[in-house]
Design a protein around this ligand. Structure first.
Ligand SMILES: *Cc1c(COP(=O)(O)O)cnc(C)c1O
Length: 408
């Protein structure tokens, strides 16, 4: 037997079924017309944002990292809730524009921005988080040609990273950002060449559950930002401090102690060095905002035995849920939180392997999991599906096509 991860808060059982936003999953499937289906809950998105606003100092804004969930309805729902949007491609820019998000609230990070992407961003008035000297030169040239001063921040490759178990000092070679020692020279050059200086972007890590690691990283980011601002000799209009807050996916994972993180940050921002006194601060979060608000629903198509092991074969799989299958950056496969959604009120009574419909043994959604007995037609729920699901999985693989998605 292998345990499944912790089911996030905010879900109910109605008439024996998993309910999202007060309605049974079978009703949502009927409304969407098919499985597999991602259901994203507005109420859970709102609740998470409210928790964040309550914990963080008012001085620190919250940006949504669009790549975590670029579904148009999700972007539109987040628009009035967050302060800014972080994008990583011209495609994500187009999605934000379609949601009528003010480009001045958007910043564009990511290596390998093509000239067309830089041009679209500069023309729209989006802030570029500059990833290299070469990219800075191309942005300046494009700005000159368009007659627009590009809004540019510099993304810093810090000499520290955030880890789950504390801070690893020592730096390293990365394709992201500009090595901290070279940032002042680049920033001065961009300012001298007429860019609209927007400050720094320092992203130190992702999926961290330890409040202490986050607090330490934030302290390091603020010190580094102050140091760099002094060296640049110009105030930072803005500092994107990164994010990195994780969500519990696996057995034993505990949620981030958000009040603790917020209290430490409140203390820190009350006591900033003069060079950061006027700086606008923000965090950028992806999975923490949307991950737990989504559930992936897939239907049991077949129930079979092999060598004494029971397989529930579903119409979903790793083509929509690469991370839950254990093939997206994990070494040891562990079970995401999952359940037989149409038997949510029943006791677990058998050990099963829940698999997808792809012709590869990698396509597993839960293995050796204790579940209530499920039959053909039952619905399986995989939780924590609101981030890095639909668009971070190879939906063209094997031709089953993408899953449906609804925001409810
Ligand atoms: C992916 C990414 C994020 C979002 O990460 P999460 O783990 O989803 O919070 C934030 N900032 C940058 C620069 C990223 O690349």
């Amino acid at each position: 037997m292998k345990p499944v991860g912790p089911i996030p808060p905010g879900f109910d059982c109605v008439e024996g079924e998993l309910a999202i936003a007060g309605r049974r999953v079978s009703e949502w499937v009927a409304e969407a017309g098919r499985t597999p289906l991602f259901v994203y809950s507005k109420a859970l998105l709102d609740a998470r944002m409210a928790e964040l606003r309550a914990a963080l100092p008012a001085r620190v804004g919250v940006n949504f990292a669009v790549k975590a969930n670029p579904h148009p309805a999700v972007i539109a729902h987040m628009a009035p809730l967050v302060d800014g949007f972080d994008i990583a491609s011209a495609g994500e820019l187009a999605m934000c524009e379609a949601a009528r998000i003010d480009p001045r609230r958007i910043s564009f990070a990511g290596p390998g921005k093509r000239d067309e992407e830089l041009e679209a961003a500069i023309a729209a008035g989006v802030t570029l988080n500059c990833e290299s000297e070469g990219e800075g030169a191309r942005a300046l040239a494009i700005g000159q040609r368009l007659g627009i001063a590009p809004r540019i921040a510099v993304r810093v490759n810090p000499s520290f990273v955030m880890t789950g178990s504390g801070m690893k000092m020592g730096g390293g070679a990365k394709q992201f950002g500009v090595d901290a020692v070279r940032v002042p020279a680049l920033a001065k050059h961009l300012i001298a060449q007429g860019a609209e200086w927007r400050g720094l972007h320092i992203f130190t890590g992702s999926q961290t559950l330890s409040a202490n690691s986050i607090i330490e990283a934030q302290a390091n980011v603020l010190s580094l930002a102050a140091e760099l601002a002094e060296a640049i000799g110009a105030p930072l209009p803005k500092l994107n401090m990164g994010g990195g807050l994780g969500i519990p996916y696996f057995p034993g994972d505990m949620p981030v102690d958000l009040p603790k993180v917020g209290a430490a940050l409140t203390e820190r921002v009350a006591d900033l060095p003069p060079v950061l006194a006027q700086t606008e601060l923000c965090m950028e979060l992806g999975r923490y905002l949307v991950g737990e608000a989504g559930v992936y629903l897939t239907r049991v198509i077949d129930r079979k035995e092999s060598h004494g092991v029971t397989f529930l074969v579903t119409d979903g799989g790793l083509h929509h849920q690469l991370a839950a299958s254990g093939n997206f950056g994990t070494v040891v496969r562990r079970n995401y939180p999952s359940a037989i959604a149409t038997r949510y009120g029943e006791e677990a009574s058998e050990e099963v392997n829940i698999v997808g419909c792809l012709c590869t043994p990698l396509d597993r959604l839960a293995d050796n999991a204790m579940m209530p007995r499920a039959e053909v037609g039952d619905l399986v729920a995989v939780f924590c599906a609101g981030a890095y699901g639909a668009t971070a999985s190879p939906s063209a693989f094997l031709g089953h096509g993408p899953a449906a998605e609804i925001l409810v």
